[in-house]
Design a protein around this ligand. Structure first.
Ligand code: HEM
Length: 398
């Protein structure tokens, strides 16, 4: 028995992916902090402390079982490829993460700084030459995908194909999603086979060669490398695009904050942390209960899907003063936008770096920029990812 449901359901409005889900989160957080959503067929957990508890505990709240439940719901007996980092529990998670950490190091990310800067300025040059811009299509979207494609060693000519796959995979369209996953697997399979035969200086070749230096000399199978490629393409693309888009939208709404950044760019990193908190690119995560759990007033049954809503936790007044206010001076700011615990985002420093370089260049090159107020904002079609599809802006150049 789930707890008594208010009528109408409190999560029904979230089905339409509103641009302002925060008032709905507030009601949930304050009155129904552990709420069974019939629409999403999962428990919505919205208070900061509870969200943190769920994502810190892979024994009670499993990622692996959450994936299995999703696969079953989609009518498949097996996931379409080897389970990847995001969807495995310890001990396998620890082994995979150690292998990936050998290759995806802080130096890998730091070395990308000149290349990110060059790509950002080339895109701004094109915007200036054209005289008009959609910040998403013209900058926030292409930047992360070029970086990930280059990291993986994939020809940039296939960029449009990548856009299609990653858009479809985060969308609710089930059949299209399956098709995209199949195509992406075939594509990466081809690249993995080629790199096995002839390694190059890229992430895929390094992943294929990585071994944990112990007696087992364990490495990654081709299928695991393939799954990881697919994961970082999707996990590292939509999220970073939306971080940049959400930052520009939020700064447009908060001219005082924008002024402060113009006067002092050293504030950029903390402004980015505040955007991550205020408009988290990933709003909701996914786990499954491994046994019956009494959680507050709710009895979560073994196998039930649990959705820790980080976007709601990040606005919890118990954790953040003036939680609904965008404040670039907020300190401390222990938001959960990159998750928490063993699955903490492996690409957090890359996401932050891309956003910092993009915003710094925009501040430097444009003396002003403003959203076209007549163009309505369209949310990204996903109940997990938060962002806007387009952000047309007017601008003045130096
Ligand atoms: C601003 C951008 C980003 C945000 C907000 C974000 C958010 C997150 C969150 C919340 C998780 C935890 C998921 C969970 O616990 O279920 C996660 C995991 C992950 N992210 Fe990110 N991410 C971003 C950028 C990136 C980038 C650029 C990459 C890769 C290049 C990446 C790769 C990953 C991977 C591989 C995981 C799984 C880690 C694990 O399970 O151990 N992310 N991300």
């Amino acid at each position: 028995m789930k707890h008594a449901q208010p009528v109408p359901s409190l999560t029904a409005p979230l089905l339409t992916q509103p641009l302002d889900p925060f008032p709905y989160y507030k009601v949930l957080r304050e009155h129904y902090p552990i709420y069974y959503s019939t629409e999403f067929r999962s428990w919505f957990v919205t208070r900061y402390r509870d969200v943190q508890q769920v994502i810190a505990d892979p024994v009670l709240f499993s990622s692996e079982q959450a994936l299995r439940a999703r696969t079953k719901k989609a009518g498949r007996s097996h996931p379409q490829s080897a389970p990847t980092l995001l969807w495995v529990d310890p001990p396998r998670h620890r082994q995979l993460r150690s292998l990936i950490n050998l290759v995806f190091t802080p130096r890998t990310v730091a070395n990308l700084e000149p290349r990110i800067t060059a790509i950002v300025h080339a895109h701004i040059d094109a915007i200036v030459a054209r005289g008009s811009m959609d910040m998403i299509t013209d900058l926030a979207y292409p930047l992360p995908i070029i970086i990930i494609a280059e990291l993986l060693g994939i020809p940039i000519a296939d960029q449009q194909q990548f856009k299609h796959w990653s858009d479809v995979i985060v969308s609710p369209a089930r059949e299209a999603k399956r098709q995209a996953v199949r195509e992406m697997n075939d594509y990466f399979q081809m690249v993995v086979t080629a790199r096995r035969q002839e390694p190059r200086d890229d992430l895929i070749s390094q992943l294929l060669a990585a071994k944990i230096d112990d007696e087992s000399a364990m490495g990654l199978s081709d299928a695991e490398v393939l799954s990881f490629c697919r994961l970082i393409l999707v996990a590292g693309h939509e999220t970073s695009t939306n971080l940049i888009g959400n930052a520009l939208l939020t700064l447009d709404e908060h001219p005082d904050a924008l002024d402060s950044l113009r006067k002092d760019q050293t504030l950029l990193p903390q402004a980015i942390e505040e955007v991550l908190r205020y408009r988290s690119p990933l709003q909701r995560l996914r786990r499954a209960a491994t046994r019956d759990i009494q959680f507050g007033d709710a009895l979560i049954k073994a196998g039930d899907i649990v959705s820790p809503v980080v976007g709601a936790a990040n606005r919890d007044a118990e954790q953040f003063d003036a939680a609904e206010t965008f404040d670039i001076y907020r300190n401390p700011n222990r938001h959960l936008a990159f998750g928490h615990g063993i699955h903490f985002c492996i690409g957090s420093s890359l996401g932050r770096l891309e956003a910092r370089i993009a915003l710094a260049a925009i501040l430097e090159r444009f003396t002003s920029f403003q959203r076209l107020p007549d163009v309505p904002l369209q949310p990204v079609a996903s109940s997990f990812v938060y962002g806007i599809k387009h952000l047309p802006m007017t601008f003045r150049v130096r």
